[in-house]
Every structure is written in C-alpha cells, then in structure tokens.
Design a protein around this ligand. Structure first.
Ligand SMILES: Cc1cc2nc3c(=O)[nH]c(=O)nc-3n(C[C@H](O)[C@H](O)[C@H](O)COP(=O)(O)OP(=O)(O)OC[C@H]3O[C@@H](n4cnc5c(N)ncnc54)[C@H](O)[C@@H]3O)c2cc1C
Length: 405
C-alpha cells in the first residue's frame, strides 16, 4: 500500500509518464492436500477480518476455482481435495518499467546518470567525503573518481562486496549466501492468455520461504507471460553475470564464524538446494503438472531469472544466522547505506527508502515529513485500523493506476 500510494502520486504529478507499469492480476493461494485444505480456511478467516483483505474470497468448489484459474483445475483428478483464496485486487508490477520512467524524469530534471561504470573502490577521505573509484566496463583504462557526501549501495548481490570495501564498522560480520532462481516460461501466447492470476502453493519442507511455487502471470515490457517456479539452484556468483569467485572473495576474518555457524544450522536448506540442483527437466515438469495438470512440456523453457544473496549476519547467541529478509546497513553518521538481502530492490523498495531517508538524514527529517505525507497520504497510519481512510486511499490509487477495485 505504501508503494501503491507513492506510485499513484508520481503518476498524478506527472513524474511518471503513465501507469503502464502496474496491471491487475488476481492473487490466489491454491492447495491440494487434506492438511493444507484444512489450513487455508483458517488463514482466510484471519485475513478476511482486516480491511485490506475484506474482499478476499475462499472456495473449495472446483467450478468456482475454474472460473478464477481454469488451468489449475482442468485435467485434475476429481478425487483430489482442492481449496483456494482469491483476491481480485492483486497486481503485477513491472519494476523495469518503473525504473525507466523514474530515471527519465530525474534526468530531465538535471540528474546525471552514468551507465557502464563498475565501482571498484569506496574510500573515506580526510574531510569526510566518500571517493568512489570507477572503471568503464567496456574499456577498463577509462577510470573516473566521484566524490560525494552520501553513498547508497543499491547494487543487488554486488552490494555486500561494496559494503565490505567501504570499511564501515556496521558492515562487519555480514556475509552472503547465493541462491539462484530458475523459472519455466511458457512460450505459447494462447496458453498465457488463458491464465490471469498469481497462483501460489505451499513451499516444500526445508525450502526457503521465497521458493513457494507459483503459476504466475507477469507483464514485462508490455507483454504478458506465464511462468512457473521458482526452482532454486546454487552458483557461487552474487550477480546473474557475476564471478564464481564472488562467494569465496566475500569471506573475511570478521564473517567467517557467522558463515560457518549459519551453514551448520541450515543443513536442511543445503540438502534442499542440492536436491533442486539435481532435478532433471522431467522432474521440473512434474512439479509444474501438480499446478497445471494439462501443461504441454514442449511449450516451456527453463530460464535463469537471477541470483538472490541471502544475508548472513552475526548473532550474539548463535554466532551467526541466515536471514531471508532485507537488511539496510547504515553508517552511524548517515553518510553511507547499503541494501542487502533476498529482495532488496523490488516490492520492498519504497518503504525501505523512507526508512533510509529518515535514518540517514535525521537533521532534515522534520522538514521532509510534509512532502512524505503528500507522496504517501497513508504514511504512518495503520490502514487496517482506519477503514474509511483506507477506502479513500484504495479507491483513489485504483483510479489513478487504473487497477481493479
Ligand atoms: C527468481 C527471482 C524472483 C524474484 N521475484 C520477486 C518478486 O516476485 N517480487 C519482488 O519484489 N522481488 C522479487 N525478486 C527480487 C528482485 O528481483 C530484486 O530484489 C531486485 O531486482 C533488486 O533490484 P536492485 O536494483 O536492488 O538490484 P539488481 O537488479 O540486482 O541490480 C543491481 C545492479 O548493480 C550492478 N552492480 C553490482 N555491483 C556493481 C559494482 N561494483 N559497480 C557497478 N554496478 C554494480 C549490477 O550489475 C546490477 O545492474 C526476485 C528475484 C529473483 C532472483
């Protein structure tokens, strides 16, 4: 809701050219065992009481579920129990589109964007400024050093090594564990046009939380795709096009113990990842068939979606823990912040940047609150506890973003 309000304001103020980055795509949970079918109505009852989920529906009726997502019902064994939740107000967001629209607006207002630059070093200078040494990725001899009073490290899996290079004490003890994300992508537009939902199942035992299987409609660059996954995998790279040395090079004296401890405590995860790695195409298709029984294997190709670098951090009791969330690491003087974690830059970006602005710029916090309220009218308000205000925000943002309400 925070992101939705932020984007709606940018669109209505003309700071984003249009609302093509967001599409209505219903969100569903779909389960198919007795145990999960007993659990889902309890989850539904808990959600339904909240304003933001009041329109959620629940059904065990195959005809109803077929109306919501025909592909998950057609061809399914009649004796198999099924249950589903359905939220028509769900959305799908193309973050590449958002990024391009925001950059276009910022560059039109004087912001300089440097592409094809690799940050090699980050050093603190005597006067407190940061010196960022960069090289041109196409011609390594073209060096450029930038000086700045504030640095934000939003480099996906590359943020950990940059944080380590900055040498700030708050960055000590952090490590990373890469998990690759693979998806099956459907190549038949006719099939993709028969499914408009994000249908989530239940994660396997031992699987990390972001590996919940889903049959997913995604809009990318104006085209609608049908995806299934993710399948986890392991590569020591921290970026999709990173180096095999990323993981070994990230291990330092200060994070060795947390990494060893987190590894020891997460043997079921390692076992799960090894199992996923060994999966053949037939086994991957077998998982797809659980969700889409009539799937034609020839229509699907396996794509590498990207790398997620899970955070490993020091823990006073255990020595080290593996985290699946997102971590904002900030220098105590607010001059440098780094974003680490499994989902650093997409759905969590807006709330995280508000935290960053408030914590890294405490001296300007009060002056900026008015503008934050304009950008996000519900900022600081618990919408579930304020149903009328929530309704106002939901209707307004739905209208501006042209999404289902
Ligand atoms: C399989 C999979 C599924 C996902 N699904 C979802 C989802 O459903 N919802 C969601 O919200 N999120 C999802 N995510 C997470 C989301 O994709 C990421 O959080 C997001 O893309 C991160 O954006 P970012 O701009 O911070 O980092 P990235 O997109 O990783 O970009 C970082 C950039 O920094 C550059 N860089 C790195 N090091 C340096 C350096 N030293 N110098 C210069 N440049 C550097 C890289 O080349 C890259 O271009 C998913 C991720 C995966 C892998």
């Amino acid at each position: 809701m925070i992101s939705r309000q932020f984007w709606a304001t940018l669109v209505s103020e003309g700071k984003m050219a249009d609302n093509s980055f967001i599409n209505s795509v219903p969100h569903m949970s779909f389960v198919m065992t007795d145990e999960h079918c007993a659990y889902l109505p309890k989850r539904f009852d808990a959600f339904k009481k909240q304003k933001l989920f009041e329109k959620m529906e629940f059904s065990t009726d195959r005809n109803k579920i077929h109306e919501w997502a025909p592909l998950v019902i057609e061809g399914r064994n009649e004796s198999q129990p099924v249950a589903a939740n359905y939220s028509a107000e769900g959305t799908d967001v193309d973050f590449g589109n958002i990024t391009r629209q925001m950059i276009e607006n910022l560059t039109s207002r004087g912001v300089k964007l440097l592409c094809n630059r690799h940050v090699e070093e980050i050093n603190r200078e005597a006067d407190g400024a940061w010196a960022i040494k960069t090289s041109d990725t196409r011609d390594n001899t073209q060096k450029l050093t930038l000086r700045t009073r504030f640095v934000f490290l939003g480099a996906g899996g590359g943020a950990l090594s940059l944080l380590q290079k900055s040498g700030i004490p708050e960055g000590r003890g952090y490590g990373g564990f890469p998990v690759s994300g693979l998806f099956l992508r459907n190549n038949n537009e006719a099939t993709a046009s028969r499914h408009n939902a994000k249908v989530y199942g239940q994660a396997s035992v031992g699987a990390p939380p972001m590996s919940v299987p889903h049959l997913d409609t995604r809009h990318v660059d104006g085209k609608r795709y049908l995806m299934f996954g993710p399948y986890a995998g392991f590569k020591p790279n921290f970026l999709k096009q990173g180096s095999m040395m990323d993981l070994p090079m990230s291990i330092h004296r200060d994070n060795l113990l947390p990494i060893l401890r987190a590894g020891w405590d997460n043997l079921p995860l390692t076992k799960y990842l090894l199992g996923e790695l060994r999966k053949t195409k037939e086994e991957r298709i077998a998982s797809l068939l659980e969700y889409y029984p009539n799937a034609n294997p020839d229509e699907w190709e396996l794509i590498t979606a990207g790398q997620r670098v899970q955070v490993i951090k020091k823990d006073n009791k255990k020595g080290g823990v593996l985290q699946f969330g997102t971590e904002l690491v900030m220098h105590e003087d607010g001059s440098l912040a780094a974003l680490l974690g499994a989902s650093p830059g997409a759905s969590t970006a807006v709330p995280l940047m508000i935290r960053l602005v408030n914590e890294c710029f405490p001296q300007r916090k009060d002056a900026w609150q008015g503008r934050l309220k304009e950008l996000i009218p519900g900022y600081g308000v618990k919408l579930n506890d304020n149903p009328e205000f929530a309704e106002e925000i939901i209707s307004h943002t739905a209208k501006v973003l042209d999404i289902h309400h």
